[in-house]
Design a protein around this ligand. Structure first.
Ligand code: RP5
Length: 165
């Protein structure tokens, strides 16, 4: 749901991050939260990063989800140029299975926070849920949808394992 009124920005370092970051997008879709997904590379498109991060609040965004892999500087650099909350998703890299991405994103110096999630799909889904939880503080209807999402998740968990699954 890419809309001009989007409150969540999903940014990623490369097209190759989309198979991971689309899980954040799909989770926001399920919650009825508008987002705008963009490719912004800290290394290949630094000017695009500066323009986006410095203008993100004025554009109307409230939360940024930033996914990157390898030398994953995107979340931290974005956080350094915006007062908005930034949630970082370490994308699973080919060479080091995302350990490099995780450590690059999580070890921020005191003063510039990035809320760092798990490597890969779990991190992308949870970043979206956290973004929704932040927005839900000022949006009772979204808070209800978030409650319903969790209740549906709980209801989908069988009490006993099945040989069919
Ligand atoms: C990072 O480099 C991107 O976030 C991506 O995870 C990784 C590899 O990018 P590609 O070479 O696949 O474009 O900047």
């Amino acid at each position: 749901m890419a809309e001009t009124s989007a409150e969540v920005a999903i940014i990623m370092g490369s097209q190759s991050d989309w198979p991971t970051m689309r899980h954040a997008a799909e989770t926001l879709d399920a919650l009825g939260v508008a987002y705008d997904a963009r490719i912004i590379s800290a290394h290949r498109t630094p000017d695009r990063l500066v323009a986006f991060a410095k203008g993100a609040r004025a554009e109307g965004f409230k939360v940024i989800i930033a996914g990157a892999g390898g030398a994953a500087h995107l979340p931290g650099m974005a956080a350094s140029m915006t007062p908005l909350p930034v949630f970082g998703v370490p994308v699973q890299s080919k060479a080091l299975s995302g350990q490099d991405s995780l450590l690059s994103i999580v070890q921020m110096p005191a003063g510039i926070p990035v809320g760092t999630l798990a490597i890969g799909r779990s991190g992308a889904v949870n970043a979206a849920l956290l973004a929704a939880a932040v927005l839900a503080l000022a949006d009772p209807a979204l808070a209800e949808r978030l409650d319903a999402w969790r209740a549906k998740q709980s209801a989908a968990v069988a009490e006993r394992p099945s040989d069919e699954a």
